[in-house]
Design a binder for this molecule. Structure first.
Ligand SMILES: [Zn+2]
Ligand SMILES: [Zn+2]
Length: 276
């Protein structure tokens, strides 16, 4: 088993640096942007409540634990690749195939996430698996990886499961696709927890309305039993789990501060105005 030890020590630093770096850069950069553009971001806050120091502390410390668990899962994936249990595509990159693989893994992960997430919300599962993430009622970008150890494992399991599936159907994937997928995941993840609507006004009625906004996931944190999707809105629409006030709340977030103070009625007016 000498080679296994060598393999792990060879990849250990790289895997953990990539995981930790992804989290710190994405959450840190977004926090910095929101702070620099304070006027803009204050005006687009989704909730009136603010996260406290205890929230930040909990979100960061449990996210660091998740980085460690993700690192162990990545090492498992590296070992699986090295032993040939799953295969990776080497050689020159075919742009078309690369694009298809990237879209496929994102769409597959969105489906995995939706159903895993619904599972974690089952009465028997919730307390020990997902309550920790929902302690962030007003999430911040640092909540992106704020998971219980159980949830961290179920979140991380997607990549090895997907790679095993690809090897069963004989469709190996480029290593760079996996890396880009992981970068995309953390970027969308911190955006979903920003607490500030980052998408432009009109987004939920535009051609890309099937992409989730910050309000979409923020409503999941403040209400809990709707908006289970990650990147796309379609699973929530198909399954009837989209928050009934999603569009109005989005309009409220991208509207002005007066509208927020006035509350729901104004949001409805804003929605109607913009729809018309
Ligand atoms: Zn949840
Ligand atoms: Zn969340």
């Amino acid at each position: 088993m000498d080679s296994l030890y060598q393999m792990i020590s060879e990849h250990f630093a790289g895997v953990f640096t990539f995981g930790l770096g992804r989290y710190l850069i994405a959450a840190g950069l977004l926090s910095l942007i929101l702070w620099l553009a304070k006027n803009w971001s204050d005006n687009r806050r989704i909730q009136n409540r603010r996260a406290g120091v205890r929230d930040y502390r909990r979100e960061i410390s449990s996210s660091l634990r998740t980085v460690f668990i993700f690192g162990l899962t990545s090492l498992t994936t590296v070992v699986m690749i090295k032993f040939g249990w799953v295969s990776k595509l080497d050689g020159p990159i075919n742009g078309w195939l690369f694009g298809v693989q990237l879209v496929a893994i994102i769409v597959a992960h969105d489906a995995y996430f939706y159903w895993m997430h619904r599972g974690l919300h089952l009465k028997k599962m919730f307390k020990f698996s997902h309550l920790h993430h929902h302690q962030s009622r007003t999430p911040t970008p640092w909540a992106a990886y704020s998971f219980s150890p159980f949830e961290a494992v179920t979140e991380a399991a997607f990549v090895p499961i997907y790679l095993l599936f690809l090897s069963v159907i004989g469709a190996p994937i480029y290593g760079l696709v996996i890396a880009l997928f992981l970068v995309h995941m953390i970027v969308r993840n911190v955006m979903g927890h920003a607490g500030v609507e980052l998408f432009p006004a009109g987004w939920t009625r535009g051609p890309f309305r099937w992409m989730t906004t910050t309000t979409h996931h923020d409503l999941h944190h403040s209400h809990g039993n709707s908006n289970f999707g990650l990147y796309f809105t379609w699973w929530d629409r198909w399954m009837g789990t989209e928050h009934p006030e999603y569009l109005a709340k989005f309009d409220l977030a991208v509207g002005n501060r007066d509208a927020k103070i006035l509350g729901g009625e104004k949001a409805a007016v804003l929605s109607a105005d913009r729809a018309g």
